[in-house]
Design a protein around this ligand. Structure first.
Ligand SMILES: Nc1ncnc2c1ncn2[C@@H]1O[C@H](COP(=O)(O)OP(=O)(O)OP(=O)(O)O)[C@@H](O)[C@H]1O
Ligand SMILES: [Mg+2]
Length: 507
């Protein structure tokens, strides 16, 4: 098959043992006896590969110290295969398919001995080492590899292994070659600083590898965020020569749409906090609109000026310019739809289209539009090459509502103003169809009940006993009654329909 085959050899079972010598623990090879290795040789080559536990592929080497039927794996390989020495493991011959060379390999680094050590790693030099030391080895995403470099032991996790022209699939694997482009990543907490990754400068688009949405005050939008980042930014981490090899065209625009109060503007404000380098330009439609003739078009043009300048002076090396256009419906209503007869909107839309995909089109721009009225937008804006990726920011589900409630009650909880009887899980269950903004409203309303209890109506000057302010479950239940969701009551709509239906049928 496309991902290699066992070459007709059924999988056998071998017994796991340790790597035969200490210095072999960093080769990433598996070791077997000189007799056993014959079962794994790729016909017509000197290489032997084994698919281990159906999970990853190791280059096998023969070693006199290993008895027949045994397979020597180092501690990290054993841990990844979930076996210990003495365990049985399934092993089968692996024959690499044609065109199996990796175009891109993304590796996450951490120290074997996690501690307080700090180290700078030169990406160019380490990449050369990896290509040399693991030449012809096969890397599978998720696989863990040990690596020694400048006296330090590293555990390397394969985050991405992309073969030229290979479609995305669950099993991503390929062979390390002299042409494999390698990007290194390291978590902030790892103590490893990767320097000199010049070519892959854009891979550091993100401030941290795992950004925490909750700490940014955004709840229930994890899935949407992964979508956004996969579609908008994933291709941007590739250096230009790799993108051209893989035939990737960057997404230049995306549209976030969904009902009011679901956190679109909130996201727009926070996306900048996740991006390295240039802050995104954030504008909103009404603010760009000008009553002066031609002024709005100029405002739109100005938005792109920096990106154009960068493209001119730096070309392919230009960094990414993110432009966030909140309430884009205000200026991008369908052409010809507005009745003022001036055609002003038409020329604004045209101006924007020109900037996105016209003759002077830019490759270093990502335009993110946001709206709660997608229906009003000019169709042309959503065609391929424009705001082509559309992500719906919908009302939060129960889990999302819980996250949002947690975010908005966090402060009072920290300061012990939240009564222990408050059950956020239950509140989340009872607030079907509430938007994020409405949930925030519920919290505000609950707080107002609690504060009100502390005020003496007879004497508003009486000092408030701060210590005893407690927002209780009761306050929240009152608040739910007070703040109703715009999108229908929280009772089960379907159930009600059914009852009404039965009523008509039987009467
Ligand atoms: N997913 C969420 N997580 C946490 N808070 C939220 C969320 N969604 C909304 N909120 C709260 O509601 C406020 C208003 O939301 P926001 O302005 O982002 O909505 P919007 O989607 O832009 O609405 P509109 O379509 O009306 O512009 C936010 O500032 C935030 O306090
Ligand atoms: Mg908004």
């Amino acid at each position: 098959g496309r991902y290699g085959s066992s070459g007709g050899v059924a999988s056998t079972t071998m017994n796991v043992t340790n790597t035969p010598a200490k210095d072999l623990a960093y080769t990433n090879c598996g070791y077997c006896s000189p007799t056993d290795i014959r079962n794994f040789l790729v016909p017509g080559s000197k290489f032997a590969y084994a698919l281990i536990a159906d999970a990853f592929v190791l280059t096998l080497a023969a070693h006199d110290a290993i008895p027949n039927g045994q397979l020597g794996l180092n501690a990290i390989q054993r841990r990844y295969a979930k076996v210990s020495t003495g365990d049985a493991i399934s092993v089968s011959r692996f024959v690499p398919p044609e065109d199996f060379n990796l175009a891109l390999l993304t590796l996450d680094l951490e120290f074997v001995k996690k501690g307080t050590k700090e180290e700078q790693v030169d990406a160019v030099s380490l990449a050369n080492q990896v290509r040399k030391r693991f030449a012809n080895q096969i890397m599978t995403t998720g696989q863990k590899v040990t690596l020694e470099y400048h006296g330090n032991g590293y555990i390397v996790t394969v985050n991405q292994a992309t073969v030229e022209g290979q479609e995305k699939s669950n099993v991503e694997r390929g062979m390390v070659s002299a042409d494999t482009y390698i990007i290194f990543e390291a978590a902030n907490s790892s103590g490893i600083k990767i320097v000199n990754q010049r070519e892959a400068a854009s891979s550091s688009i993100f401030r941290q590898k795992e950004f925490n949405l909750e700490s940014l005050g955004i709840g229930g939008l994890g899935a949407e965020f992964s979508d956004i980042f996969r579609r908008a930014f994933a291709s941007r981490v590739f250096p230009p020569h790799v993108t051209s090899k893989l035939g990737i065209k960057h997404v230049k625009g995306m549209l976030l749409h969904g009902p009011p109060g679901t956190g679109k503007t909130l996201m727009a404000r926070q996306i900048g906090k996740m991006l390295n380098g240039k802050e995104p330009k954030i504008v909103n439609g009404p603010e760009v609109l000008s009553k002066f003739v031609g002024e709005t078009e100029k405002n739109v043009r100005d938005l792109f000026a920096d990106a154009e300048q960068d493209q001119k002076t730096k070309g392919d090396q230009s960094e990414l310019h993110v432009i966030i256009f909140d309430e884009i419906d205000a200026i991008c209503k369908s052409r010809g739809s507005t009745r003022d007869g001036t055609g002003v909107h038409d020329s604004i839309v045209n101006q924007l289209l020109t900037k996105i995909d016209g003759v002077e089109s830019l490759n270093n721009v990502l335009l993110i539009g946001m709206t709660n009225r997608k229906d009003l937008l000019d169709e042309a804006l959503m065609r391929p090459g424009r705001l082509e990726v559309q992500v719906e920011i919908s009302l939060p589900d129960e889990n999302g509502r819980l996250q949002i409630l947690q975010i908005h009650t966090n402060k009072m909880k920290e300061n012990s103003f939240l009564s222990p009887d408050v059950n956020l899980q239950e509140l989340a269950a009872r607030t079907k169809n509430y938007s994020g903004a409405e949930l925030e409203g519920v919290v505000k309303s609950a707080v107002s009940y609690a504060l009100n209890r502390q005020l003496s109506m007879d004497d508003l000057t009486k000092p408030v006993d701060e210590e005893s302010i407690k927002v209780t479950m009761d306050d929240f239940l009152h608040a739910i009654n007070e703040v109703r969701p715009a999108f229908g009551a929280s009772t089960d709509d379907l159930e009600r329909c059914r009852l009404v239906f039965l009523f008509f049928v039987y009467n």
